[in-house]
Design a protein around this ligand. Structure first.
Ligand SMILES: [Zn+2]
Ligand SMILES: [Zn+2]
Length: 353
C-alpha cells in the first residue's frame, strides 16, 4: 500500500515551468529564469546512537502537471511521465539533520567528468571521447550516517626492531639485518570521527568511495530538494553502524600500530570498549552520469559538494602493453649502455649514479 503525499512544485514565475535547486539559487529548467534561494548554514549536532525505525510504506505522488500518479520510496523525484520535479514528504520518524550544500552546478558536471576521464591512465581513446555521448546527469540526495565514537582499546602484540650488524664473508664486510620482536600491550583512548555509511542501497559499489563534508550542511527545506531525487534511510542507525564496523576496526588497528611503534608491528588481539557513540544523519548530494560503451554501462558519481568523481572505468590493454614494452625497452637500453661502457671505458653505470 502506498500513502498519498502532499506534492510541492516550484513554479517559474516567468514561464510556468518548474524551478530546481542549484547552488544558492532556484533555476527554471525551461527558460533559465533564476532566483536566489535561502541557504541557511547549520553546524552538525551529533546525537547519541540509538535505533530508529525505517518506514517501509511507499509514497504515492500525483503530478500536478500531467495528473499521473506514481509510487516511490523517494522524498522528491522527477515525475516518471513528464519529468516535472516534485517534492513530497518524509515518512521516517527521524528527519535528516541537514542536506549537504550543493556547490557544483549541474552545467559543470559534464566538464568535471571530461577532466576525470582524460586524467585516467590507460583509458581507451574511444572511451575518452565517450563522455560526449553521456546522458545528462541525474541529481540525487542519498541518506548518509556519519558516526563518531570514543573508544578505549586494550591490545596485545609485538614490536619489531630492526638490528643491523656487519659480518665478514670471505673477508668482505656485509650488512645483515634482523628483526627482533618484543611483546607489548597497552591501553589507548581514541576518538573516531565522521565514519560515513550510506543509509540506502548504492546504485553501484563505487559510490562507497564518496565521502561528503558533514560540516557543509544547510537546513532541510523543500526548495533544496526540487529537481533532485531524494531518498530516506532504509538502513536504520544500528544496521548502518554494524555495516560500518570494518571502517572502525581499520581506524583502531592503525592507532594500535602507531602506539606499538618500532619498525614493524604485529597485533595478537584487542578489545574495544565504547565510551560514547553518536551520529549525524544527513542527505548527501551527488550527480549520476552513465556512459554506454561497447555494450556495457559505466556509472560515474560526482560529489555535488566537492566535484570529486568516482566510478568504474575500462582499461586499454594496448596502451598498457605499449607502456610495458616502453619500460622493458628502457631497461634493455640501459643494460647495453652499461655493457658498452664497461668494455670501452672500464666504468659501469652504477659508478656514475
Ligand atoms: Zn521559466
Ligand atoms: Zn507528470
Amino acid at each position: 500500500m502506498a500513502k498519498r503525499v502532499k506534492v510541492t512544485r516550484f513554479v517559474c514565475p516567468a514561464c510556468g515551468g518548474t524551478l530546481v535547486a542549484v547552488p544558492k539559487a532556484l533555476r527554471c529548467t525551461q527558460c533559465g529564469y533564476e532566483k536566489s534561494r535561502a541557504v541557511e548554514p547549520i553546524e552538525p549536532k551529533p546525537r547519541p546512537l540509538e535505533e530508529r525505525e525505517a518506514v517501509q510504506e511507499l509514497k504515492l505522488f500525483e503530478c500536478p502537471s500531467c495528473g499521473a500518479t506514481s509510487q516511490s520510496d523517494s522524498v522528491s523525484l522527477l515525475c516518471p511521465y513528464c519529468s516535472t520535479p516534485l517534492v513530497g514528504e518524509f515518512f521516517n520518524p527521524l528527519l535528516p539533520f541537514g542536506v549537504g550544500k550543493i556547490w557544483v552546478d549541474p552545467k559543470k558536471v559534464a566538464g568535471l567528468l571530461k577532466a576525470h576521464i582524460r586524467s585516467l591512465w590507460f583509458a581507451p581513446n574511444a572511451f575518452i571521447k565517450g563522455y560526449q555521448k553521456a546522458k545528462s546527469p541525474k541529481a540525487f540526495y542519498y541518506p548518509v550516517w556519519s558516526f563518531n565514537a570514543d573508544v578505549r582499546i586494550y591490545y596485545s602484540g609485538w614490536r619489531g626492531v630492526r638490528h643491523s650488524r656487519i659480518v665478514y664473508v670471505n673477508n668482505q664486510p656485509q650488512t645483515r639485518t634482523t628483526m627482533e620482536w618484543e611483546p607489548v600491550s597497552g591501553v589507548i583512548e581514541l576518538m573516531i570521527e565522521d565514519i560515513q555509511q550510506l543509509g540506502y542501497p548504492p546504485l553501484d559499489s563505487s559510490m562507497e568511495r564518496l565521502h561528503w563534508n558533514v560540516r557543509k550542511l544547510e537546513a532541510v527545506r523543500k526548495e533544496a530538494l526540487s529537481g533532485w531525487e531524494g531518498k530516506e534511510y532504509r538502513y536504520t542507525p544500528l544496521e548502518a553502524r554494524r555495516a560500518a564496523q570494518p571502517k572502525f576496526d581499520a581506524k583502531m588497528e592503525w592507532a594500535i600500530r602507531r602506539d606499538i611503534g618500532g619498525d614493524a608491528q604485529r597485533i595478537d588481539g584487542y578489545e574495544s570498549e565504547y565510551l560514547s557513540q553518536e551520529f549525524v544523519y544527513f542527505l548527501a548530494p551527488f550527480y549520476h552520469i552513465q556512459i554506454h560503451w561497447r555494450k556495457r554501462r559505466y556509472d560515474f558519481f560526482i560529489d555535488a559538494q566537492s566535484g570529486a568523481v568516482v566510478g568504474e572505468r575500462p582499461y586499454s590493454w594496448i596502451k598498457i602493453a605499449l607502456f610495458v614494452l616502453f619500460i622493458l625497452g628502457g631497461v634493455a637500453a640501459l643494460y647495453f649502455l652499461d655493457q658498452w661502457m664497461q668494455t670501452h671505458h672500464h666504468i659501469s653505470l652504477g659508478d656514475l649514479l
